[in-house]
Design a binder for this molecule. Structure first.
Ligand code: F6R
Length: 244
């Protein structure tokens, strides 16, 4: 098991280079890799670096397929603030990945049944190869808000006040942030063959140490990264990690 490999880098530029190195290597190693792609601020520079490498012919994402990590509920179709829209602009478009190679989370109809179907689809394809994740201020992975057990399925969740406050910057005010979402569950994420989590900024210092060095349990979903069998790499910048 061995626990997560923690790679501390000096700044956000170094984080994007290290992230791009690791992701490009992991994706190239598994033809047809099934990859979960986080949105959020932290991985954006890494995606831009990967896109630059693609333009230069150094990275070829042609064979990969993508799964959506999480999505708000209650938006109008085509709302630019959807996480799918964000993933399209930051990852799918720049990587040249067509919609038929993307598994989108359900956002309407019988969501319990559709989420169970999403997990079955992943299982039937042999699980996830790579999960690219960020870290929430409350230790969430995707929108697995605490408490979230390691076996939690893909499901509808209520966003926590911490997450709503953190995301208010994208919506103009706290009151405008959707309160419900759908997320790939902990079981699938923790079973991915490789997990790469990127963490940046001083505001994440307490939660990154709590997640990687504190006790393991549902109150800090990311703490389960300490005890999964797959290869977990956490790339964290100095601002987040501190001098220790
Ligand atoms: C985004 C997501 C979230 C973010 C996390 C960190 O798809 O699933 O878990 O990764 O909230 O967000 P940033 O990077 O904006 O600090």
């Amino acid at each position: 098991m061995g626990g997560p490999r923690i790679q501390v880098v000096e700044d956000t530029d170094a984080l994007s280079r290290a992230g791009a190195d690791l992701l490009a290597g992991s994706i190239a190693a598994i033809p047809g890799a099934r990859v979960v792609v986080a949105t959020g601020h932290t991985p954006m520079a890494t995606y831009a670096e990967l896109a630059e490498r693609r333009r230069s012919g150094l990275f070829d994402p042609a064979a990969m397929s993508v799964l959506q990590l999480d999505e708000y509920l209650g938006l109008e179709p085509g709302d630019r603030r959807s996480l799918y829209g964000w993933m399209q602009r930051s990852f799918l478009g720049p990587m040249g990945i067509a919609e038929d190679r993307v598994a989108r989370l359900p956002v309407e109809g019988d969501l319990d049944a559709a989420c169970a179907g999403f997990d079955q689809m992943i299982d039937s394809r042999g699980g996830l190869d790579l999960a690219i994740l960020g870290l929430g201020l409350n230790g969430h992975l995707g929108f697995n808000e605490p408490p979230a057990d390691r076996s939690a399925p893909t499901r509808v969740v209520d966003l926590s006040p911490v997450t709503i406050a953190a995301n208010a910057r994208y919506w103009g005010s706290v009151g405008a942030v959707p309160t419900k979402a759908v997320t790939i569950g902990m079981r699938q994420l923790l079973s991915a063959r490789a997990i790469v989590m990127v963490v940046s900024g001083e505001g994440k210092r307490a939660i990154v140490h709590r997640s990687l060095e504190g006790s393991v349990g549902p109150d800090v979903p990311a703490s389960f990264l300490q005890v999964v069998d797959s290869g977990v790499t956490v790339i964290v910048d100095r601002a987040a990690w501190g001098e220790g």
